[in-house]
Design a protein around this ligand. Structure first.
Ligand code: NAD
Length: 499
């Protein structure tokens, strides 16, 4: 069994509290790896390392090209070690091997994209308010400082890449806390970062529990910005804690995304896309297509097609290439999802498939839940309003575009949405009215590290990806330079200054 220590100031060290924990394979409960669990003192050491590195200028002082070279190298090393990382991601997170293969490729791609977005302190002239003989104005973009990054368990390496990539590209130094449930590939990433020789203290990675290591990081006065991905409940807590010293926060939180199928959609592809949107990674995706809204004219036939096909998804050992549906991350998550299924049953909604735990003896040690479809669901019910984060689809009917938009927007979340239609103009009109950070038309799950991603409403604050995402890791400064205005012509000449 592999053992991982904390990565602080280019050293692999044990936790000061001596704590260790084993991660468990969600497929059979067997131990996967042992990792050191960071406590508050470890967080102090990691922040001191990141603070020292930032203030010394060893990272911010590099040219954007030099920083880009380091970031690119991280991606290249991920590709070199891809087979090992894929294997570890399956064991540690319960990802199917098909998903894990994609995740590792996309993690490497993310570093490659962010290397191209690397920028140093830079300036943009404000031509609209600059005037020769009066003033020159420019805006400076400066790295925000030390970033505390906190990530969830559903895409362990990819989430680490999505935080480290833009933070390093912006010139920040980082303390990254992976989820206590899936620290393995983040610690392999620490090894990679160590191997490529990134300057000391620029990246520090330490797994630990949210209430201890996570909160210590959020409250730490040496941290300038918190970049968080996780549940809305924890996001709210982080915002409260960060408010103590008005720390900058970006929050990438939960979702309950509406997937609208119009009566003129290409039904075959809409069925495939809806299954992919909902059941990819057993529904454990923030922007999963968890609320299916179908036009009344095609409702019964569409649902019949979807259920017939969804029943053919193969549930099983995530290590096998034929497996479509793997286990959920933990027994706790399994119980939570089963609780929502019980709630839907109690509310009396029709069940088209699934509806409980898996009985198969081969899968009895895993955290499996049968892919489940509830029909004719009232949009105000619990299963339609709350994020379940498991393979549970709720389906409702609509009769007009207006009603579809109203239902889609009638949740506290606003992460993503989708519209299926052969009439792209009509779909685009609907897209304009959806309160969601990403809208797919005749697609799902396609994110791009160059296009902004983030949430409306309680799905988050700020955006990841692209130049916009990198700027979330920067402070903005306006500099006004007088261009020789005579004393008597100064704006303040006639105010308070004695003549
Ligand atoms: P979570 O909120 O329970 O935990 C996320 C991280 O926060 C973990 O590292 C955890 O240790 C840490 N944490 C927990 N309590 C904390 C505290 N009090 N202070 C500081 N840190 C704390 O989420 P999860 O169960 O790991 O992940 C699933 C959630 O993540 C879902 O809600 C999902 O929608 C969301 N998610 C969102 C996105 C997005 O981009 N919007 C992407 C992936 C997952």
């Amino acid at each position: 069994m592999r053992e991982y220590k904390l990565y602080i100031h280019v050293q692999f060290v044990g936790s000061k509290g001596g704590g260790t924990e084993d991660t468990r394979n969600p497929f059979d409960g067997s131990p996967v790896a042992r990792f050191a669990v960071a406590n508050r003192e470890d967080v102090d050491s990691a922040v001191a390392a990141a603070r020292g590195a930032f203030d010394s200028g060893i990272w911010t002082g590099l040219s954007a090209a030099d920083r880009a070279a380091y970031i690119k190298k991280i991606g290249e090393k991920i590709n070199e070690k891809a087979n090992d990382l894929i294997n570890l991601e399956v064991l540690d997170s319960g990802s199917t091997i098909k998903k894990a293969t994609e995740d590792i490729f996309l993690s490497a791609r993310a570093f490659s994209v962010f290397s191209r977005l690397a920028t140093g302190e830079n300036e943009r002239e404000m031509a609209d308010i600059s005037k020769p003989g009066f003033a020159k104005n420019y805006v400076r973009y400066e790295p925000a400082g030390v970033v505390g990054a906190i990530i969830p368990w559903n895409f362990p390496l990819k989430m680490a890449a999505w935080k480290l990539g833009p933070a390093l590209a912006a010139g920040c130094t980082v303390v990254l806390k992976p989820s206590e449930l899936t620290p393995v590939t983040a610690m392999e990433l620490a090894q990679i970062i160590d191997e490529i020789g990134i300057p000391a203290g620029v990246v520090n990675i330490l797994p630990g529990y949210g209430p201890e290591a996570g909160e210590a990081l959020v409250r730490h006065p040496g941290v300038d910005k918190i970049a968080f991905t996780g549940s809305t409940a924890v996001g709210k807590k982080i915002m409260q804690l960060a408010a103590e010293d008005l720390k900058r926060v970006t929050l990438e939180c939960g979702g309950k995304s509406a997937n609208i199928v119009l009566e003129d959609a290409d039904l075959e592809i809409a069925v495939d896309g809806s299954i992919y949107g909902m059941f990819y990674h057993s529904g454990q995706c923030c922007e999963a297509a968890t609320r299916l809204l179908v036009h009344e004219n095609i409702y019964e036939s569409f649902v019949a097609m979807l259920v017939e096909k969804a029943k053919r998804m193969k549930m099983g050992n995530p290590m096998e290439r034929s497996t479509d549906i793997g286990p959920l991350i933990s027994k706790k998550q399994q119980a939570r999802v089963l609780g929502y299924i019980a709630s839907g049953k109690k509310d009396g909604f029709r069940i088209a498939m699934g509806g409980g735990e898996v009985q198969s003896p081969d899968l009895s040690n895993g955290n499996f839940v049968k892919p489940t479809v509830f029909l004719d669901v009232d949009n105000r019910s619990r299963i339609a309003q709350e994020e379940i984060f498991g393979p549970v689809l709720v389906v409702s009917k609509f009769s007009s575009d207006e009603q579809a938009v109203a239902l889609a927007n009638d949740v506290v979340y606003g992460l993503a949405a989708g519209v299926w239609s052969r009439d792209v103009d009509r779909a685009r009109k609907i897209a304009e009215r959806l309160k969601a950070g990403t809208v797919w038309i005749n697609e799902w799950h396609l994110l791009n590290e160059r296009a902004p991603f983030g949430g409306y409403k309680q799905s988050g604050i700020g955006r990841e990806f692209g130049r916009i995402g990198v700027e979330e890791y920067m402070e903005i400064k306006h500099v006004h330079v007088d261009d020789g205005v005579p004393r008597q012509k100064r704006a303040w000449y006639d105010t308070v200054v004695p003549k």
